[in-house]
Design a protein around this ligand. Structure first.
Ligand SMILES: Cc1ncc(COP(=O)(O)O)c(C=O)c1O
Length: 369
């Protein structure tokens, strides 16, 4: 009998998301757990986005605009300083979907993708599910991309290089100098996909902004999302910026109504509320500094972050700590699937959540002594 599925599907393991709040309530009987597991905005969506969603409710019997005309116009205006026009944009059901488009559109069956390890696991999973070879390059000990090693690993069959900057699950960045040296070593026919899901949280000035490189390199795709700072993860909206030719090809594989009507309305309104973004950046900056200082006080190893999460290394298996925090009402993210069994990835919360989280962590550590 023929095998039911191909070998790549057999090899694939489903993506493990952060534990949902509803599941935690159900399983542990906790009234109000705090989710610090999926790098969501603890302030929630912009009030303007909430209003727009309410207003859109009565239109849900209509299919959405498949081309996302209004959202693309607004995004192009928002990104005008980079000379981005609507034809340079593709909107996805989360930037996750655009990662799928990139592989389906550009990587032929005998070609490969290259990325870092650990880096956002979807690059690998999407590669495997489409039966494309994925080659990973270990990060440096400080958990930053080894850009020279990535450049050396690229071979004649490489078609796409995925780079998350900042990287997930490490929160680390590569610098402008590293990126430019990398670009100078990379063949022009390779598609470079820079995933900037956390761009708004970065405060290190030495980070390349992918959008600034788009005019100089045709085969460059920059990914951004409404799931993180814009607080709309539940709606699934992300976008890709690239040369018109690449966008045109990705549009051929895009399903007709991939971004729903509610999501388009909310994203449009969220874009118009930069005050909410500024507030979210500020809360994150303070919260990140607070958590990092507390990790130092508690002598917990962590990797200085440029995002809205911190990778902490407990230098022994983190599963008991994960469970203890869960029972105290804090959902963090185990990263065993990234081969980091001693680490937890912790999303920065509100001031109150961060404070209570540290108290729970502190209590657990004391109990162990
Ligand atoms: C680096 C990176 N890229 C992309 C995504 C996916 O975001 P979206 O919700 O837009 O699909 C995430 C989500 O965690 C991420 O960490």
């Amino acid at each position: 009998m023929k095998p039911l599925v191909t070998r790549n599907i057999e090899k694939l393991r489903p993506y493990q998301p952060g534990k949902p709040i509803e599941e935690t309530k159900r399983e542990l009987g906790l009234p109000d757990p705090v989710k610090m597991a999926s790098n969501e905005n603890p302030l929630g969506p912009s009030p303007k986005a909430i209003e727009a969603m309410k207003a859109a409710c009565g239109e849900m019997h209509y299919y959405p605009d498949g081309g996302c005309y209004t959202l693309k116009e607004a995004l192009a205006a928002h990104l005008a300083q980079y000379d981005i026009e609507p034809h340079n944009l593709i909107i996805g059901n989360g930037s996750n979907e655009i990662i799928e488009f990139v592989i389906r559109t550009f990587v032929a069956p005998n070609e490969n993708i290259v990325t870092g390890e650990p880096s956002f696991i979807i690059y690998k999973l999407a590669g495997i599910s489409h039966n494309r070879q994925e080659i990973t390059v270990p990060l440096k000990p400080d958990m930053t991309y080894d850009m020279d090693a990535v450049a050396c690993t690229v071979n004649e069959k490489t078609k796409v290089v995925f780079l998350a900057n900042p990287n997930n699950p490490t929160g680390r960045i590569f610098s402008t100098r590293e990126f430019e040296r990398f670009l100078s070593h990379i063949r022009d026919d390779i598609v470079i996909c820079i995933d900037e899901a956390y761009a708004e949280y970065v405060d290190d000035p030495d980070v390349p902004n992918g959008l600034e490189y788009a005019p100089y390199r045709n085969r460059l795709i920059v990914l951004r999302t409404f799931s993180k700072i814009y607080g709309l993860a539940g709606l699934r909206v992300g976008y890709g910026v690239s040369h018109r030719e690449l966008i045109g090809y990705m549009d051929r594989v895009r399903p007709p109504f991939n971004v729903n009507r509610m999501a388009q309305a909310a994203a449009l309104a969220a874009l118009d509320d930069q005050e909410h973004i500024e507030k979210s950046i500020e809360i994150n900056r303070k919260g990140r500094a607070f958590l990092q200082a507390e990790f130092e006080r508690l002598q917990i190893k962590y990797y200085p972050s440029q995002t809205n999460f911190i990778l902490a290394d407990f230098e022994k298996p983190a599963a008991p700590l994960y469970q203890a925090l869960l029972e105290r009402g804090f959902i963090t993210r185990p990263v065993e699937n990234y081969n980091l069994p001693n680490c937890l990835r912790i999303t920065v919360g509100t001031e109150d959540q961060n404070q209570r989280f540290v108290e729970a962590l502190d209590a657990f550590i004391r109990e162990q002594d």
